[in-house]
Structures are given as C-alpha cells and as structure tokens.
Write a protein that binds this ligand. Structure first.
Ligand code: ADP
Length: 185
C-alpha cells in the first residue's frame, strides 16, 4: 500500500488482510510497539516517530525484512502497510522478493487531497504522538519528498492500482475490494 498519512492506509490495510485472509505487516505499528516496550530499537526510533521523520533505511530493513520473509513462507501472501517508503527500501524489497522467488502483485495507491489528509490526521483522536497538526503537515511533506516518487517507480512496473480515498471508509473499502477481486492470482 502506498498512501499519504491520513489516507486510511492502516484501516484499509486491516480490512484487506481480513477479507483475503492474509497477515498485514504495518511498519508504523511495529515501530510504535517497539517504542511502547522501550526496546533498544524502540529507543533508537522514538525521536524520528515523534518528529514525523523517516526512520533510517537500515533500521527499517532490520525490522521488516524478517517478517516479510516469514509471511512469504507461511501464508498465501501479505499486505505491506507503510513499507517500502523510500526508493532504497523499494529496491531492497525487490531484491529480497527476487531471492524468495515472489513478487509484488499490486501496489494500492490511496489518493486524497492534502486538506482532507491533514484534517483527518489532526482530527482522528488516536492519541498518536505524531498527530498534532504541525507534525501531520511535516509527515505530508516527508511523504511528498521521499515516498511519492515510489508512485512513478511502481507505475513503470505496471503495478499501481489507484483508489480515491476521499470518500467515507466503507465506500473506499468497497472500491478496493471490487478492484482487487478482479486480479487473478
Ligand atoms: P502514517 O502513514 O500515518 O504517517 P505510519 O504508521 O505508517 O503512519 O508511520 C508512522 C511513522 O513511522 C512514520 O512517520 C515514520 O517515522 C515511521 N515509519 C514507518 N514506516 C517507515 C518506513 N518504511 N521507513 C521509514 N520510517 C517509517
């Protein structure tokens, strides 16, 4: 899944995982768990999360890669939510997929205008340390600079499926399911 903060990536990712019976691997959730448990990795990433900055690629890869490998081995697929988020991460993920003889089936891009995104993040009341309006705006800038270029990268590879994420949750889910149901496995 590729989406700016506030597009509903986490919510829709969970719904997709449930519908198709596959695990969802959410990098943001994994980082927040590490922070909550005050693990060494959690202590390393805490300040990045709080500021809305990207965690360095090597740290991200050390957390995510083993889980992706395990999910590829043990389940019929998985939903990746929040990873990859930079071109080097995308390249590392592609290398790994090649080695494991698998590939990304689809890149789901959730699109919504910036004013909808910032209002949603600031108003969602999840008590996330990075949801204040200022940090939400910064996360959107970080997304635009570092993550949005992945849209080109995956469009060139013919993988992108774009869904309008501005409507209510249920409407967006139905649009996603209708599009994913059409894809052969
Ligand atoms: P959102 O998409 O709403 O910003 P996430 O839960 O996906 O929320 O991510 C929260 C934070 O976790 C990010 O702002 C960043 O600090 C960190 N993070 C998550 N995934 C990555 C990643 N793949 N690379 C770098 N940082 C990440």
């Amino acid at each position: 899944m590729l989406a700016p903060p506030g597009a509903g990536k986490g919510t829709q990712g969970e719904r997709i995982a449930e519908r198709y019976g596959v695990p969802r691997i959410g990098s943001g959730d994994l980082f927040r768990e590490e922070v909550a448990q005050q693990t060494p990795l959690g202590k390393t990433v805490q300040s990045y999360l709080k500021a809305g900055d990207l965690v360095p690629d090597d740290v991200v890869l050390s957390l995510i890669m083993n889980r992706v490998i395990a999910a590829a081995r043990t389940s019929g697929g998985y939903v990746l939510d929040g990873f990859p988020r930079t071109l080097p991460q995308a390249e590392a993920a592609a290398d790994l997929a090649r080695e494991a003889n698998t590939s990304a089936q689809v890149v789901l891009y959730l699109d919504a205008p910036p004013e909808v995104l910032v209002a949603r993040v600031a108003g969602r009341g999840e008590n996330r340390a990075d949801d204040s309006e200022a940090v939400a705006k910064h996360r959107l800038e970080v997304y635009t600079e570092h993550t949005k270029p992945l849209l080109d990268y995956y469009t060139k590879r013919g993988l992108v499926l774009t869904i309008d994420a501005a409507p209510p949750i249920e409407t967006v889910s139905q649009a996603i399911f209708a599009a994913l149901d059409k894809i052969d496995d």
